[in-house]
Design a protein around this ligand. Structure first.
Ligand code: NAD
Length: 316
């Protein structure tokens, strides 16, 4: 049994990670100030092996437990709606929050994993994206607060590894979906599901020809734990390489929900990437990992597990 500290453990991905770590019989310390997460995501966890600490990681913080074996650092606003609303907080979480959490991992001699993102590639000029690609990011656009915070956090992580000897890892997460996404968080899948379940028009940005790759949350969590348990230090892409246009995604959501919604088109947000597809050769070779849940099945599981009312935004 290992003791794992999960920052952002009351968020969408973090709460699924806590569930899986507990299922594997680990102890879990969840550090989350509920900025974008919710107690509802962890209310079902009743084991004594789980504790939630309401701490803001942008301030120095300490955890008395000893030992701490693995630190999963997920805390950060993640959806565009959140980081556009919280630009300075997003930069502070990526910088101060990551400093404090790396310092904690160093003190406890813990393995450290940071949840980075495919957004470090920006609007990529290389397709699909391999870990060797350095990215094409606009630092001063509205999305820069998120993209650059994550790029800084990666640089900080490598500096703690190279100079301070911390045992670090970096997961570059591509779009992930599943139950517990908030219906109004602005990301494509919860938005489309909410609109489809209410039989309202589905809002597609641009002409809908831009592509994304969608990974179901259970696949992502499996890859994240496999990377944390490896001894690897350089970034690893984890995501589903099956690429869909936004139009195809909208059709899949209509099929999964048996909705009568029609499509409407709205202007593209600033710096919206045109393509997004992970090259997961490294994850396959290093971790023996690959996604198992295809889009239609993942959408159906999301609907079954989250419930129609929650997805439609009728109940919290
Ligand atoms: P989320 O918003 O649901 O979870 C983030 C959690 O961090 C929330 O519970 C929030 O309350 C917490 N948090 C924020 N600021 C904090 C602070 N100062 N102190 C303590 N807790 C704080 O987002 P998510 O989708 O679960 O994303 C989790 C991580 O994965 C993020 O780092 C995100 O950048 C990364 N990621 C997610 C995706 C995705 O598709 N979901 C893709 C790429 C990267």
């Amino acid at each position: 049994m290992a003791t794992c500290l999960v920052t952002g453990g009351a968020g969408f991905l973090g709460s699924h990670l806590c569930d899986e770590l507990l299922r594997r019989k680990h102890r879990v310390i969840c550090v989350d100030n509920l900025e974008t997460g919710s107690l509802a995501n962890i209310a079902h966890i009743r084991q004594p092996e789980f504790v939630h600490l309401n701490l803001d990681i942008t301030e120095p913080y300490h955890v008395d437990d000893e030992p701490i074996d693995v630190v999963y650092h997920l805390a950060s606003p993640a959806s565009p709606i959140d980081y556009l609303r919280l630009p300075l907080h997003t930069l502070k979480v990526g910088s101060y929050g990551t400093h404090h959490t790396l310092g904690l991992a160093k003190k406890h001699r813990a393995r450290f994993l940071i949840a980075s993102t495919s957004e470090v590639y920006g609007d990529p000029q290389e397709h699909p994206q391999t870990e060797a690609y350095w990215g094409h990011v606009n630092p001063i656009g509205p999305r820069g607060v998120y993209d650059e915070a994550k790029r800084y956090a990666e640089a900080l992580t490598m500096a703690y590894h190279r100079q301070q000897g911390v045992d670090t890892s970096i997961i570059r997460i591509f779009n992930t979906y599943g139950p517990r996404m908030r219906p109004h968080d602005g990301r494509a899948i919860p938005t489309f599901l909410r609109q489809a379940l209410q039989n309202q028009p589905i809002t597609v940005f641009g002409n809908g020809e831009q592509t994304r790759s969608f990974c179901f949350v259970s696949d992502l969590v499996r890859g994240m734990i496999a990377l944390a348990e490896s001894g690897y230090h350089l970034p690893v892409n984890v995501g589903n390489p099956n690429e869909f246009t936004l139009l195809e995604l909208a059709q899949a959501v209509i099929e999964a929900t048996e909705s009568s919604s029609e499509l409407v088109f709205e202007p593209l947000p600033t710096d919206d990437p045109q393509v997004r597809q992970p090259d997961i050769t490294l994850a396959r070779e290093l971790l023996g990992w690959q996604p198992e849940v295809e889009l239609i099945e993942g959408l159906r599981r999301t609907i079954d597990e989250a419930g129609l009312e929650a997805l439609a935004g009728v109940s919290p």
